[in-house]
Design a protein around this ligand. Sequence first.
Ligand SMILES: NC(=O)c1ccc[n+]([C@@H]2O[C@H](COP(=O)([O-])OP(=O)(O)OC[C@H]3O[C@@H](n4cnc5c(N)ncnc54)[C@H](O)[C@@H]3O)[C@@H](O)[C@H]2O)c1
Length: 408
Amino acid sequence: MSLINVIGLGYIGLPTALMFAKNGVEVVGTDLNEKLVTSLLEGQLTFEEDGMVELFRIAQKNGIIFSTKYQKTDIYIVAVPTPYIKSNKKLDPQYVIQAIDQILDVCDKGAIIIIESTISPGAIDKYVRPTIEKKDVVIGKDIHLVHAPERIIPGNMIYELEYNARTIGADDISIAKRVKTLYSKFCKAEIVLTDIVSAEMSKVVENTYRDINIAFANELAKICRKDNMNVYEIIRIANKHPRVNILQPGPGVGGHCISVDPWFLVGDYPDLANLILEARKINDSMPVHVLDRIKQLMKEYNEIDISKIGIYGLSYKENVDDTRESPTLQLLDKMKDNLFLGVKVYDPFIREPMVENQFMNFDEFLNEIEILVIMTAHDHIKSKFDLIENKIILDTRNIFNCSEVHKL
Ligand SMILES: NC(=O)c1ccc[n+]([C@@H]2O[C@H](COP(=O)([O-])OP(=O)(O)OC[C@H]3O[C@@H](n4cnc5c(N)ncnc54)[C@H](O)[C@@H]3O)[C@@H](O)[C@H]2O)c1
């Protein structure tokens, strides 16, 4: 039985560690966040996800360990954050470099470091190899490097861990094969072996492709709004073409992936990444488009007080509690800039107060508002149509199919 140390127990590292533990691998999960590790040690999950409770219980039964300390072992999986630097749009490699440094302080010779975090193409050459070489450690002999980017989506992580195809990029094919055997313990889909830079680039390309596709849908939504065409109907019909697959428009793009990774290409290839930059700008403009729609509705329905606006959904996508880069937070900022004060907010997945006028009870929230702006398509709201049908509804996620509901 192999022992692995999963570094970073957030949205990616934790389910990955649990999945390995469920499938017979001895796992230590390490995170520098003491509060998070204490919660896990006390048997409390740190975020909600379908199937996580059961998976956690099995992993606990199989002896998974959580710690703030790095372990001496022969396989490390790094799943730390990889944000972009706001000023130049390049990858901020500080968490990865810190993790590599700490691994080198404890690991045995011959250890394999698998970076699961999404990184810009060439980042391992630019940041990881120099960090290792500075310590007189020889890559390919004393340490082996692998990039195995993760593709799972919050809300369906457990299923996707098992059924998504994976990519493993390594310098050395024999190491790639060892790592493939490890992931095969739970991954039932194809595992593609390649070189490191192809693994780095293909992951960023996947998310960039989706960002551009969404930007196209969002631009169509704006065009259709101008001349009162139904963008959803138009996309539905266009997608009947066997080679067309347009995604859905929405209030913006959030999360730690699609709204972040395309920036790496813009940052590293500013003269070449023109389409990618435009797509980012279009998607980032959507919260302002939502605000414009709210203003139009306020004009249409005279005399509605700003404090009667209710924003539903703080997380960036349905049925999860992740608010990183959330379009709602951007909308609320824009509202503040426009002196839209006293706007009410509710999200059934966010149980700690994080913004002003946030309600913890849906009925109380509903009592206070006249316009309901649906920013996140949680299943919760889908079942509440009867309760909200007397409100003016702006449904930015196209979840309600009736003529009284206003769309993007
Ligand atoms: N969230 C997603 O949907 C998703 C999907 C695919 C890929 N990814 C990628 O996976 C990576 C991790 O993302 P995430 O969403 O899990 O992030 P996260 O912020 O949820 O979790 C990262 C964890 O790493 C810990 N950490 C930071 N530095 C550390 C260090 N030096 N040593 C130990 N722990 C450390 C943090 O405390 C945190 O708990 C990112 O590169 C992201 O782009 C994320």
